[in-house]
Write a protein that binds this ligand. Structure first.
Ligand code: ZN
Length: 377
């Protein structure tokens, strides 16, 4: 038996529940993964994350490679020990940040040369090096180095990126097998590219399916396209992927996107949105997003969300949280980020239950009609 098991496929859509057996414990899917860019989920402690119930978090190879550097994390005994987290960690390859953050980069079939956005120092990342760094971090799931293109690029550029990504996958897999031979226990996911060209998506999905990695990620989405375009290409790509492998879509985190991805048969997703929104004074509620700074919260002594059982909602009022936001107290970011992550974790848990009972589409419709109807962002 492989490391992924589909437990139940909902009869009304492509969504399914499943389970991954990973080095740091089981992961129930669908699963939302909080993002810990610098080996920290912003404003939350390890205890908070455990209390909410997260079985996996994501961290960014690019950031950790530049600061504190692999020598420090290696000496600490890996990322889990360095940050005191003994559940699972997924890391990206660093490719996406090289493309989005580095002030300079040059891509060749060999790899990508870039300059650090911190101090301008020159670095080189190859598919093999990305695997080695992630193995040193001790990632439970690592990503291949890929070449991500933005919305609106030419077909020629999309095709070139796709070919390079494919060649990088074969090289990443060979190096990953070598690392496994030396005792590394983490899994490797391939990444589907192809931009917004259906035939390129098909070609990339077929290549990834044939490459025999434990899981497959769908990359190159949520890069500036409209929601209907996102869902068109998400559904098209997800339908081309093998049933018996976990599917991960990168960078989505609003309730509507999460539920849409689950419906398309996606098992894993991540986003910085819940903690970033929290730091900006916005909270998710069953009736839509809430902006805590609004004057209407001044004398409102009710919780953020009456229906939320989290410790923030059981303890603090909207009026108090508004006061914390207005006085720039750090506690405000901590409490709103905690609630937002709890809210999404709870939403995905309820979605898993609905999938198991073949009523996911009904659950999604009910949730979104309340969420949008009550929206007061
Ligand atoms: Zn709450």
């Amino acid at each position: 038996m492989g490391f992924f098991t589909v437990l139940h496929a909902d009869s009304s859509c492509r969504g399914r529940t499943g389970e991954l057996a990973l080095p740091h414990g089981r992961l129930s899917t669908p699963a939302f993964m909080p993002v810990g860019t610098n080996a920290a989920v912003k404003a939350l402690s390890k205890g908070d994350l455990e209390e909410i119930g997260f079985e996996i978090i994501l961290s960014n190879t690019y950031h950790l490679y530049l600061r504190p550097g692999t020598d420090v994390i290696g000496a600490a005994g890996g990322l889990h020990r360095f940050m005191g987290w003994d559940r699972n960690i997924l890391t990206d390859s660093g490719g996406y940040q090289v493309f989005s953050l580095a002030p300079f980069r040059k891509i060749s079939p060999e790899g990508v040369q870039f300059r650090s956005h911190i101090d301008g120092a020159a670095h080189f990342l190859s598919p093999e090096k990305a695997v080695d760094i992630q193995a040193l971090l001790g990632s439970d799931i690592q990503m291949q180095l890929d070449y991500c293109t933005g919305f609106g690029v030419s077909r020629k550029e999309a095709e070139e990126a796709l070919d390079i990504t494919g060649r990088w996958l074969s090289r990443a897999r060979s190096r990953w097998l070598e690392q496994r031979g030396r005792g590394y226990g983490g899994e490797l996911f391939a990444i589907v590219q192809g931009n917004f060209f259906a035939d390129l998506r098909e070609r990339s999905a077929a290549f990834c399916a044939g490459a025999d990695t434990p899981g497959i990620a769908i990359g190159g989405l949520s890069v500036g396209e409209r929601p209907e375009v996102f869902f068109e290409y998400l559904n098209l790509t997800a339908a081309l992927l093998p049933q018996d492998k976990p599917r991960y879509v990168m960078g989505i985190g609003t309730p509507a996107y999460i539920l849409g991805a689950i419906e398309a048969g996606i098992d894993m997703f991540d986003c910085v949105a819940p903690t970033r929104e929290g730091r900006n004074g916005r909270a998710y509620t069953g009736r839509g997003p809430l902006s805590i700074k609004k004057a209407e919260n001044l004398m409102d002594f009710s919780p953020i969300d009456e229906g939320c059982p989290c410790k923030v909602c059981r303890t603090y009022s909207r009026s108090y949280l508004r006061h914390l936001f207005k006085t720039r107290e750090i506690l405000c970011s901590m409490l709103l980020s905690y609630h937002n992550l709890f809210f999404l974790h709870d939403l995905v848990k309820k979605a898993r239950q609905a999938l198991a009972e073949d009523r996911f589409l009904y659950f999604k419709k009910e949730f979104l009609s309340r969420y949008q109807e009550g929206s007061h962002a």
